[in-house]
Structure formats: C-alpha cells, structure tokens
Design a protein. Structure first.
Length: 569
C-alpha cells in the first residue's frame, strides 16, 4: 500500500527534490507565480556574517571558549543566520486553492461557523466579507469588527500571521488544494464519515466479524473515488477506516502508545478515560445544527464510563480534550523506559565515558516534541485561514439535507445521496445531518488541514528521529471489547516506527470519528506537520558538539532520510 493515491496525492519524492533535500535547499527558478505570490512567503536569504576568528592557541583555549570573547557569539550568530537562510530558501511548491470560494456566490463551500447565517445555514454575505477583509489586512481592529452570530469566538485567526524563530516558516508549508466541495473525492469522504458515525460504538476487536462493518465496506466500495487504504483497489475489513502510512495496517487498530501505562516521574498514568455513553450523538436536528453554526454555546458532554480506548467513541473523546502534544509526550515517556530504544546511530550508545542527557537524551527529545507541536500549528493556521477556508463536514451534511429534501440544489454528486450510510442516518434521525460526537460540533476554525493532524505529523517525525523505528515493540497489549482490561497481544510483530505512525493516524483520523474533519484534512495535514518538523530537525542538527551522524528517520511515504548539519540526504 502506498501513502498517496497517484491521482490525488502529491509525490513526496518530488516534494523532497523541490525542497532541495539531498544537498541544497534552493530549487533554482521555482519561485511562485505572481498571481499566487501572496500565498507563499518569498524571503531573500540574508548574507551570512563573517566567519568567527580562530581560537587563540595555548592552554585553556578550547575552541568554544577561545581568548576572543566574541568567538562564541559569532559562532551562534553564524549558525542562526545559516539556518534562517536555508529555511527562507526552501520551496515545496506553489500553493493553490480549489477555487470553491470564488465559484459559489453564497459561500456554500467555505468556512463560516460562528458568523450569522440564514435559516438554511448560509452565511450572511456582509459578515463573510468583513471576515475576508480582516484576513486580507491582518489588522486587529478588522478582526474585532467581524460580526458574530452567537457567543462562540473564532479561534486564533491571527495565528496565521505568526512568525517563528526556528524551523520552516508557516507560509512556506505546502499542501495540495482541498478536495472540491462538489467533487467526487469529497463525496466519498462524506460517505466514510456517515459510516463512521454509524460505527462509533463497534469495538475495534469486532471489525472482522461485525455485520454493520460489512455493510459499510460494501457501500464504501460503490463510490467513484473510494478513500483510504485498500487491498486490490477495494476497502476490506483489514483496511476500513485505517490510516495510510507504514505500520497502519499491522496489528490492532489502536497504537500501543494509547494503551500502555505511561511512566510519569514518581507515578504511572493508566490510560483509561471517561467516555460518553453509546449512541450519545448531537446536532441531528436542523434547529440545534443552525444554533451551533451561529455560535450558540452548546451544553457540556456527559461522561461516566471510564475505560480503555476500545472503540471510536472513546477515541473521539480522547482527541476532544487532549492538549496539543499530549499523545506524543506520552509516547516519548513510554519509549524512554524501553531498553535500547534510542536510535541505533546515537553515539551515546557506544560511548565508554558519556551518557546522553541534555544533548540527544531524554530532555532533548521531550523539548523538541513540544516545540514541534506548536510550530506545526502555525502551518495549519496559515493554511486554514489564509488559503483554503474549507467548510466543515457538518456543513456539507446540511447542504446535502436541504438538497435531498428538495429545498435547494447545492450541486452535490448523486452518489452521496444514494449511499446506504446516508439512508440509514435518515431512517434513524429523520434528517440527513451528520451526527456529531461533540455537542458543539467542530471547533470555530476552518477544516483543512486538521490541527491535530499537523501536530501528529510534526511530533511523530521528531519521535522517529530520536528512537529506533525498527525495534520490536516489547510486550504489546490489546483491549478487550468492553474496554475493561488489557491482555497480551500475540499477533503480527509491531515496531516502534509502525506504532508511532499508527499513533499519528489514530489522532489525526480520530477527529473524523467525531464528525469534525474529512479524511483529507488528516492525511494531508500530516504532511504539513512533517515539513515543519523536518525544518526543526534541520536547524537543531547544526547545534550538536558531539560526533553526531545525524537524525535518521522514515517519512510517512516510506522514504528513509538522514538529517545532518542542516542538510537532508
């Protein structure tokens, strides 16, 4: 199975070449065209400062602490300038949109949640234009002038303009245009989401035998552009709803890092979590749906069932309340307790006199995981607010509801209306609205890419850079169908790298299970996070005094790379 579908995914190898990996970051003659220049930051790299003077000879003149008090400062300035110049000249591609915002005068395909809407949930045009004006100007006073429809606020739109002091600038990230609102890929993505809503309460252990899952598989294979991993071009019980990176199809649906106990200083965290009751779905009637679109505050979610994550409702609630890099810090702490888990190229594994700590040790990986998490959100927020502004799945479902009920034709493909999953939702609820796991539905920021996915892409890339991906995961476990206990898992061999990738996809696509994202928001968002993590690792690979042979890791498409002294080989 490949990470990309050749018809719908950008080639990772082409992106690596475009970014100058393999010796140089500059791709000559590949600056953005003038009509899209506003979508990609083009910064002329500054000249590097003069090289630092050589250290004075003699006793006590270690090269870092030479006689010249400016030597160390010049070295630091040189490295920072070289890193900044390198990142400023990195080029992944000319960023484009799918054109939906300009094609539809009613902005039917564009994100507008929390603004005022009419009875069909179509945004007030004046409010949307004020929102666009603020995004165009970047001025705080223009953001303060955006009309809202209720008490919920837009989440951090000015973060799209935030500058970072390390790694790849957010405006240098690249992703394909979001799938078109009225296109066949989005139709297939929505088909998957309707089935995910129907299957939230099926235990992961029952996927091979459950009859509802078999119905889902049959229906999903009817779509023209079936999404997700496949076997012989078909969705099967082994691939349905899974991620698309190496390791995702091996072993249990859930990553070991979401089940195993977490060493946490003097204590241990057991990974059982409060979860809503089965069938606790929301926004299934038009009145509550419209209130949420207008920004009306939703009631709190009731939870009284503590268990291990055994089904998609429990996974959805995990990604409802997790802090940004939670799953990856937990994974790092788990792996730090596994003997010989650090990368096989780590020099401290063979040193006779030194042990890893501040450099290439536990504090280093924990620090970079945290840095990667928020850095990746700057890329997500740039893409969300300034480029794509994709409407959430809950909006698509409402457009479908009003189209199928004859109130307005939104030009959605016939195959989504003919889906067995859509018919089952209507039979159960009396509307074609997509049942949401959260009372408030999606957050109040655009859909593409998923913030959880970019964090997953970045943090998991850092983890793979530090830990031995090929090491067999020791003592794996699996939850029983009720989530009441864990037992030893004895199936296919699991590796650290595979379980890191699976963790990234569990979290990224876990938001789909709640109904708040499309698959492409997650799959493509992983790549944005990966890009920014690579930039972060490039910068930090310049900083080590040790005889360091670089960070070695496998990208999401299976490409093995080495990052050393700012360069990717």
């Amino acid at each position: 199975m490949e990470f990309k579908d050749s018809a719908h995914r950008w080639s990772r190898r082409k992106l690596l070449a475009s970014a100058g990996f393999a010796g140089s970051a500059v791709l000559s003659g590949c600056e953005p065209s003038s009509d899209t220049a506003s979508l990609i930051s083009t910064v002329a790299p500054p000249p590097p400062p003069p090289p630092p003077p050589p250290p004075a000879s003699g006793s006590g003149n270690h090269p870092i602490f030479g006689a010249d008090p400016m030597t160390r400062q010049n070295q630091a300035l040189t490295q920072r300038t070289l890193a900044a110049s390198f990142q400023a000249s990195t080029f992944y591609g000319t960023q484009e949109t799918n054109g939906d915002e300009g094609r539809f005068a009613d902005y039917r395909a564009s994100y507008s949640k929390a603004l005022p809407h009419n009875e069909l949930g179509e945004v007030d045009i004046g409010a949307y234009q004020a929102y666009l004006s603020a995004l165009d100007s970047g001025r705080n006073r223009d953001f303060e002038a955006i009309p809202l429809g209720g008490s919920r606020k837009l989440i951090s739109p000015q973060a799209a303009f935030k500058l970072e002091m390390v790694g790849l600038d957010s405006h240098r990230t690249f992703m394909r245009p979001a799938p078109a609102f009225d296109g066949l890929e989005t139709s297939a993505e929505m088909g998957e989401l309707y089935w995910k809503a129907l299957c939230r309460d099926i235990p992961f252990t029952d996927y091979e035998t459950n009859s509802l899952l078999q119905s889902a598989i049959t229906d999903l294979n009817q779509f023209s552009q079936t999404v997700g991993p496949k076997e012989f071009d078909l969705v099967t019980a082994s691939t349905v709803f899974r991620g698309e990176t190496p390791g995702d199809l091996v072993g249990p649906y859930l990553s070991q890092f979401l089940w195993q106990d977490i060493p946490y200083g003097h204590s241990t965290i057991t990974q059982s979590y409060l979860t809503p009751a089965a069938g606790d779905d929301h926004m299934i009637d038009t009145a509550s749906w419209l209130g949420v679109q207008n920004g009306v505050a939703a009631p709190a979610l009731e939870k009284n069932d503590r268990r291990y994550i055994n089904d998609a409702r429990a996974l959805g609630e995990y990604v409802h309340l997790d802090y940004s890099y939670q799953a990856y810090i937990h994974a790092a702490l788990i792996m730090l307790a596994i003997p010989d888990s650090f990368d096989i190229g780590n020099l401290y594994r063979t040193s006779a006199t030194q042990a890893a700590f501040t450099s290439l040790g536990g504090p280093d990986v924990l620090d970079l995981v945290c840095k990667a998490g928020n850095l990746s959100l700057t890329g997500a927020w740039y893409q969300k607010w300034l480029v794509h502004r994709r409407a959430r799945p809950e909006v698509y479902a409402a457009r479908l509801h009003y189209q199928l009920s004859g109130q307005k034709d939104y030009l959605l493909p016939g195959e989504i209306g003919e889906s067995d999953g859509v018919a089952r939702i209507f039979s159960s609820n009396g509307t074609y609205l997509l049942p949401q796991a959260f009372p408030e539905g999606s957050p109040t920021h655009p859909s593409y890419p998923a913030g959880h996915a970019t964090i997953a892409g970045a943090c998991s890339t850092v983890l793979k850079a530090f830990f031995n991906e090929n090491l067999e995961y020791p003592n794996p476990v699996i939850s029983n169908s009720s989530g009441s206990e864990l037992s030893p898992y004895s199936g296919q061999t699991l590796t650290l790298g595979g379980e890191i990738n699976k963790l990234a996809n569990n979290i990224a696509l876990g938001r789909d299970w709640a109904g708040v994202h499309y698959r492409s928001d997650g799959v493509d968002g992983l790549l944005v996070g990966e890009q920014q993590a690579i930039g972060l690792l490039q910068d930090y690979s310049r900083t080590y005094n040790e005889d360091f042979d670089g960070f070695n890791l496998t990208l999401f498409d299976g490409t093995a790379v080495q990052i050393i002294n700012g360069t990717i080989l």
